[in-house]
Design a protein around this ligand. Structure first.
Ligand SMILES: C[S@@+](CC[C@H](N)C(=O)[O-])C[C@H]1O[C@@H](n2cnc3c(N)ncnc32)[C@H](O)[C@@H]1O
Length: 198
């Protein structure tokens, strides 16, 4: 059982420090899925300070593991501390570095992949997730609607690459006949993709 009091402190500190963490309604949807499949192994791309990984750990199968990747050194230090405080060192492995470099070095099989990092890299993250996901596994991507920009004709310079790549991500997960996808309007848009064939 997770220590709710400490979890609340971790969440409050992250929000005070302006660290982007999973929104409550998004967490609720992801938790429903995890509760149903009881994953043996989860891959998370974008740890921040470990809040979502800590929340997800509650739904792991016995001896289940979460691998999570974060490139910001200060966040990694804080995530390690938070995971220790929650007594979850044997369930959550942090990989420090750019997921673009780390993902190709991983060769585990995952029941769930949670994508929550640089939006411009979502198509690459998807290709790596598809390489490692189990049959009937679920790939979940947060922030796919990006404040509504993705579904509008918004084309401002700064967000252009992110928007283009999020559109590419959505096209891939909705057009592939072996992937069953639904997109929920929770948080900033949550794409849930079930991988039917491998
Ligand atoms: C939205 S936050 C993750 C929040 C976390 N999943 C949670 O809900 O508690 C995104 C994190 O991804 C990290 N990130 C962004 N691009 C990355 C990349 N290419 N490789 C590794 N980490 C990345 C950022 O530093 C940031 O901490």
């Amino acid at each position: 059982m997770i220590d709710r009091k400490n979890l609340k402190l971790i969440k409050e500190k992250a929000l005070n420090d302006n660290i982007p963490i999973i929104m409550d309604d998004t967490l609720e949807e992801v938790s429903k899925i995890l509760k149903e499949i009881k994953p043996k192994r989860i891959l998370e791309i974008g740890t921040a300070v470990g809040y979502s990984a800590i929340c997800f750990s509650e739904y792991l199968d016995e001896d289940g593991i979460i691998d999570t990747i974060e490139r910001d050194h200060e966040r990694v230090i804080e995530a390690i501390q938070n995971i220790k405080t929650m007594d979850l060192e044997n369930k959550i492995n942090i990989f420090e570095g750019d997921a673009v470099e780390i993902l190709p070095t991983l060769n585990n099989r995952y029941d769930v992949v949670f994508i929550d990092a640089a939006k411009g890299k979502y198509p690459f993250f998807l290709s790596q997730a598809l390489r490692m996901i189990n049959k009937n596994g679920i790939i979940i991507a947060d922030n796919v609607l990006y404040k509504g920009y993705v579904m509008s004709d918004y084309n401002k310079h700064k967000q252009r690459t992110a928007v283009r790549n999020l559109r590419e991500y959505i096209a891939k997960i909705t057009e592939d006949p072996n992937i069953e996808t639904k997109i929920l309007e929770v948080g900033d848009g949550l794409a849930i993709s079930k991988i039917k064939m491998k």
